[in-house]
Ligand binder design. Sequence first.
Ligand code: ARG
Length: 446
Amino acid sequence: MGKAPQNQIIGAVPINIKQGEKMETDKKKVVLAYSGGLDTSVAIKWIQEKYNMDVIALTIDLGTEKDLNPVVEKAVKTGACKSMIIDAKEVFVYYFVFPALQAGALYENAYPLATALGRPLIAKLLVDTAKAEGACAVAHGCTGKGNDQVRFDIAIHTLDPSLQIIAPLREWNMTRKESMEYARMNEIPIDVSTQNPYSIDENIWGRSIECGILEDPWVEPPEDIYKWTKNANDAPDKPTYIEIGFENGIPLTLNGQERGGINLINELNKIAGDNGIGRVDHIENRIVGIKSREIYESPAAIVLYKAHQALEEIVMTKDTHRFKGMVSTHYSDMVYNGLWYSTFHQDLAAYILSNQRFVVGTVRLKLIKGNCIVVGRKSPLSLYDHSLATYDTGDTFEHDAAIGFIKIYGLPTKTQAQIQLKALKKGEVIPSIMPPKVAPTNVMEK
Ligand code: ARG
């Protein structure tokens, strides 16, 4: 069915490379996943001091509003021997985001997995770059209590078990204050955003915000943490209607116009965000056993999941739909738990690919003050048969056949009642399923 551009991928190629003043040495090299923030900047210096290695800074663009060019400069200024950006947005969308959408992967029915989906791709690019640069190690800026360290380490060692993994934040045990002091001592520039009390990860599929006051699950998130979504109160009073067209469970059109994946997601982030849609406040179960409070902003993801689900309802048989739900749960756990490069994933992916063949059609949604409401769906492969469903004229359903059906369908329950329910003594019946008698009131007789 269809021809979703799943395999027409533009390779992830480095788009911006800067060499440090230092010439090539015979020191060992490490490729560091570099964001330009305080922690990974401090990491450049720290790795040089502690491991005496040359640091290659790799900044990966999975879709951010931030201008990444200054980040490349900053890495070299901070001491990296080489610094580069890889624009991996296209690969991210077609190899990670859309497959997860097809799979219906919402972790614990809430989180569209933006951060979790990005990690295995970053890991792969670290491994590829290490190979290309002749590095023996890779490094990331994860702490020792989050999910991301698990995802990075498992993915890296699944792809190349020979690589050494350095995780400065997990190893150095500095508080934020101490890292700032270390930065000052080593003349690493600290920008204002470093004062931000929140830990934020961002890519085209969503923003993940944690720490600070958000750690109190009783406190309403302050308005200033949000960047992509309006407060529903401030959203327009008039609804915005949109139509999304899918093939193979992949969104291809917006309001009838064909769109590339990146463009479609960007546009939906804007439209839905303006209508106050996409905020998720979630107490989630981390891999390492901790419950944590996470705030997400994922306007496009929330709209696309809604639309995709609505389309599945109309094209899937009851059994397929039920089973897909179970697969979705396993798939989202698999992604969240960092098992992207497992063969378990391959098994699930094979099922999803088959399962999505008939997910073609269009969904109409109404966006209004924080609500995303499905108001219409249609598909050339719809299983919805109006002549079977209607209560009006034109009904083709065989009503008489229902009587025979009910007899046979109800037979086991009737048989069991005669034999087993009858055999139960008083007090052996589970009380909650047998309601007490309720006496009539207002009785009138003629
Ligand atoms: N809890 C989410 C996850 O594990 C998001 C973590 C994002 N990290 C951050 N620095 N906010 O996928």
